[in-house]
Write a protein that binds this ligand. Sequence first.
Ligand SMILES: Nc1ncnc2c1ncn2[C@@H]1O[C@H](COP(=O)(O)OP(=O)(O)OP(=O)(O)O)[C@@H](O)[C@H]1O
Ligand SMILES: [Mg+2]
Length: 314
Amino acid sequence: MYITLTLNPALDISVSADDAQVGRLNITGSSSISCGGKGINVSRALRVMGENSTAYALLGGEPGRILAGMASREGVSLAVTRTAAPTRINIKVIADGGARQTELNGRGGPIAESELIGLFRSIKDDLDRAGASESVTAVLSGSIPQGVEKSVYNSLTAMLRSRGAKVVVDASGEALKLAAEAKPDLIKPNAAELGGLIGRTIESFGGLVDCACEFYRNTGVSVLATSGGDGAVYAGKEGVWTVNTPKITMKSFAGAGDTFLAAFLYRLRDGLGDALRFAASAAAAKVELEGAAMPSSLAEMAKHVGEIRAEKIG
Ligand SMILES: Nc1ncnc2c1ncn2[C@@H]1O[C@H](COP(=O)(O)OP(=O)(O)OP(=O)(O)O)[C@@H](O)[C@H]1O
Ligand SMILES: [Mg+2]
């Protein structure tokens, strides 16, 4: 059983406007709204693979209701803790067919302590009800809203691990650093996030591999580090593995990392090589689609597998 957590979801509004100027009336071309929550995205991708998950999320106000409706229509089971603060709205202004993008992102929150306690309690109660009969993989993803301590993923990791769950963290900055101290089973940084974690700038794929290995050696926490079109590296008890990416026409990067992670976890039962190949294929199939759209089937996610090589290098 999978659970995902999104503390800081966003309703994403994208508009196209080539020459938008601040302080002027700008006429937009196309416009769309989509669901911007990293944990929710992991649940959406798992759904396409036929896997049910419970997507815990803090949601508030009208944007929260719209987002919940969108996720439910895709078959995602949401476990919502309502917040007084409305869910943030992120605005993307897309120019030159996607070549230039201006983002106006809300911080999210403020979240009241009682709301966070309510969320923790609902996760705890659900896990205690499931008992030891179910093996649980929990994915904690994304930024931390105002009013919530940066140590929140650290506390959640400890709580989930004490209940026997396998914990995966996809976060950045201080939240990731503190989470790693609670020894989750896996972290999923991109190159910038892994660099931030170990205090170095990662400038090449070789550098990414070195940093992932060093982090695993020093902490015992497995690392799945992705690096856009360059591919990804895994360093953990199964050794060090790399995977490349297929050549594709990219449309939207949004959710590439979430899809990669969901697909990796889904295929892990077949071993590291298969998991990495399937993850790179599913993420590429995601990047080929516009906006937040997910591939529509398992077959679509697997369509690039034959073009991808996963190698055990250490
Ligand atoms: N241009 C591309 N071509 C092929 N595959 C890609 C491309 N960009 C990304 N991917 C795939 O998606 C994976 C994840 O991408 P990336 O490293 O950009 O994630 P991320 O920065 O965590 O993204 P996000 O957090 O926004 O979802 C990559 O490891 C790769 O497999
Ligand atoms: Mg990411």
